[in-house]
Write a protein that binds this ligand. Structure first.
Ligand code: GDP
Length: 424
């Protein structure tokens, strides 16, 4: 198997503004369709005297997929010479919102589609809001159906000016606006002569220029301490600190720090189960360490390297939560937060925004978070904890909330927020 880079992209836009057509065109223009598929769907449309639609092509693909084992109607796959893409067509898809806010699968970039003739709709704004709330930073606006407005530069410029102003209010600074005709392929894979006035990238060039998340091992070292084992044999009083490395690499002689206790030591040896001791350990390994000094640490602490970027230590943080609890998430009630191997008391302090996943309505005035809501909130733990904002390291930036022994919500930490207990 080749080890190609993979990137998740989400595409959003008002219904009929052309999402399916953009996806269909991307699949067709990157030769990512099964052999003969495009022709057979075109043939079928002709026979039935219907105009060809890329949406039919996607439906045909989805039918085929759903006969296999994995049914996933919200994702399509295509590849360029640079990497493989998964394009997620699901702004209001509960699964998508859940995966995004629980960090299960994050989109690195978003394409927002606007119909040049119809202009900006309420849904275009709503989708912008969701993209912003989910913390997607790389956003590009595709101004589609430019053929319906004679590829008029002024129409494009007006949409660009109006939408840029709106997006800036919700903290989105789009990387680009691209004038396209998805149906005809203008500026999708090939630069179009019809938009001679446009000097930016095509959609495919734009995709390949997005920056992908780093691989686990390239990130700073993070290991939540799972357990401390004591040797009981003879007079050996060494302890082994055990856990699974979430990111980074570590070797003997590295200076380490345990957080939030701030205790410090140096790696003496790396001990695997049923493996010879060795000098280096990597992300994804379940491993144990002995230290050069005798320090007392507890399970739940986060082990990091002294000479790398440090996590945030705070008891207050801004998060996005996807709530699945039977009872709503309410202020001032005691919940448990699980992050890494740490389990700690937590309270909801404030609700900043709520999107109800079914209707995609955004509400800033609700005072509780209901089942299937996505909420931007402030949480406070009973003591400071160590974490990374999700945009830095996703593994130590996600958590679950337990209510009455049941997992009732999952989420990502956007940033630490200052407060009186804070040691930021
Ligand atoms: P979706 O609901 O956002 O997925 O929209 P579709 O991709 O199904 O497109 C809605 C309609 O717009 C379909 O009839 C498409 O053929 C049409 N359409 C999409 N892109 C273009 C385009 O670039 N030019 C024109 N003229 N029609 C388009």
């Amino acid at each position: 198997m080749d080890n190609r880079e993979q990137m998740n992209i989400v595409i959003v836009g008002h219904v009929d503004h052309g999402k399916s057509t953009v996806i269909g065109r991307l699949l067709a223009d990157t030769d990512s369709l099964p052999e003969g598929k495009l022709e057979s769907v075109k043939e079928f449309c002709k026979k039935n005297s219907r105009p060809f639609e890329y949406a039919f092509l996607l439906d045909a693909l989805k039918d085929e997929q759903s006969q296999g084992i994995t049914i996933d109607t919200a994702r399509c796959f295509f590849k360029t010479s640079k990497r493989d893409y998964i394009i997620i067509d699901a702004p209001g898809h509960i699964e998508f919102l859940k995966n995004m806010v629980t960090g299960a699968s994050r989109a690195e970039a978003a394409l927002l589609v606007i119909d040049a003739k119809e202009g900006i709709k309420e849904n275009s704004k709503r989708h912008g809001h969701i993209v912003s709330m989910l913390g997607i930073k790389q956003v590009v606006v595709l101004v589609n159906k430019m053929d319906l407005v004679n590829f008029d530069k002024d129409v494009f410029n007006n949409i660009q000016a109006e939408f840029t102003e709106f997006l800036s209010k919700i903290n989105i600074k789009p990387l680009n606006f691209i004038p396209i005709s998805a149906f005809n392929g203008d500026n999708v894979a090939e630069k179009s002569k019809n938009t001679f006035w446009y000097e930016g990238p095509t959609v495919l060039e734009q995709l390949d220029s997005f920056i992908n998340k780093k691989e686990n091992y390239q990130l700073p070292f993070r290991m939540p301490v799972q357990d401390i084992y004591k040797f009981t044999e003879g007079n050996d009083d060494r302890r082994i600190v055990a856990g699974t490395i979430l990111s980074g690499t570590i070797k003997t002689g590295d200076e380490v720090l345990f957080l939030p206790s701030q205790k410090r030591s140096t790696i003496n040896s790396i001990e695997g189960f049923n493996v010879e001791p060795r000098d280096t350990a990597f992300a994804d390994e379940a491993i144990g360490f002995t230290l050069t000094t005798q320090i007392y640490i507890k399970p739940g602490e986060l082990m990091v390297k002294v000479n790398e970027n440090q996590p945030v230590i705070s008891s207050r943080f801004r998060v996005n939560i996807f709530w699945v609890g039977k009872a709503p998430l309410v202020k001032n009630k005691n919940y448990k937060l699980k992050i890494g191997t740490m389990k700690i008391g937590v309270k909801l302090v404030d609700i900043l925004n709520i999107i109800d996943a079914a209707e995609l309505n955004i509400d800033s005035f609700k005072d509780q978070v209901e089942r299937h809501d996505v909420a931007e909130c402030i949480l406070e733990t009973s003591k400071p904890i160590a974490f990374d904002p999700i945009s830095d390291i996703e593994f130590t930036g996600r958590f679950v909330i337990v209510d009455n022994y049941e997992i009732s919500g999952g989420g990502i930490i956007l940033e630490g927020v200052s407060d009186s207990n804070n040691t930021l």
